[in-house]
Design a protein around this ligand. Sequence first.
Ligand code: FA5
Length: 346
Amino acid sequence: MFTNNFSDIEEKFNIQFIAIESLEQTEELSKAYLGKKGVLTALMETLKSLPQDEKQAFGKSINILKSKINAKLLQKKTALEEKELLSKLLQESSDPTLPSAPLIAPGSHPINQVLTEVCEIFTALGFSIAEGPEIETDENNFGALNIPEHHPARDMHDTFYITNPNSTGNLLRTHTSPVQVRVMRSQNPPIRIIAPGKVYRHEAVDATHSSVFHQVEGLVVDEGISFADLKGTLDIFARNFFGEKIKTRFRPSYFPFVEPGAEVDITCTVCANTKTYCPVCKGTGWIEMLGAGMVHPNVFKAVGYLDPKLTGFAFGMGIERICMIRYGISDMRLFYENNVDFLKQF
Ligand code: FA5
């Protein structure tokens, strides 16, 4: 008896459903059929008055119809929501299929900018650029540089060792000085090179130390090269890179591969030696720039440069450090954090 009633309701719903054009109409139709005062709710009320044997079939039919109506309305709602979103996007005259705009204008990293500039200064002075691998041999990184096995100087360059039998080296280089060895073993003097690159040390990272950083090595070998040539070259570099007023200072220091050896300082760029307390130079007025010295005779011997008339100088500077000095950056870790606000300043 009630089957006809259900198909009438469904038919009527379908006619109204086809006419729907908006989310509001969907909502209204949902209320009219499924709401508190809706057609199906009212039908459910009549269930009570039915004879016992008809109740189950009647209830089941109501639930089937309810599910059908519910599914259709939900489908319609989703389709209308998508349509609305699309027309909103089109109204904003944007094309959602276009690639997103770049976050910042492209530019090179400050470390790369400084590396390039350092190379330009030295090539203008007649230096050529040499390269070496980041995976080095123990011999090139230590042995040929007058740092034999068990020498205490190795402690300052604790590094990462590699056991891959296919590798041509067995450690990550701790400095760019092994490029000196490679160049001298493959070329005859005169030599005038710089070697920029990445180096690795097993050390705790803090505001002024990183375990991966960049150095630029310098090496000049010829007859009659003196400490005065080293001083003059680094002086010219410092003035070109930091400014005309910058002065250099050589302090005696120890590196096994040079003799004599020196640390080279420049006048503090932050406090300009005003003698007021400065956190960068700690009030001394000087900041360390690099290590340098005259090539040790044992290094010449190791690479097969046996002519006693040959002398040479070498230096190695930390790129992160000179970049920090130049721009007054207080923490080296900023270079590696990919913070756009930091990077876009350069
Ligand atoms: C050396 O690495 C020597 N090979 C330099 C050298 C070359 C001396 C030729 C003489 C002749 P040193 O360990 O001091 O020396 O490092 C050189 C520079 O690298 C330092 O002045 C500093 O600027 C930078 N540096 C050293 N350790 C770190 C580190 N952990 N993080 C960032 N920069 C560093």
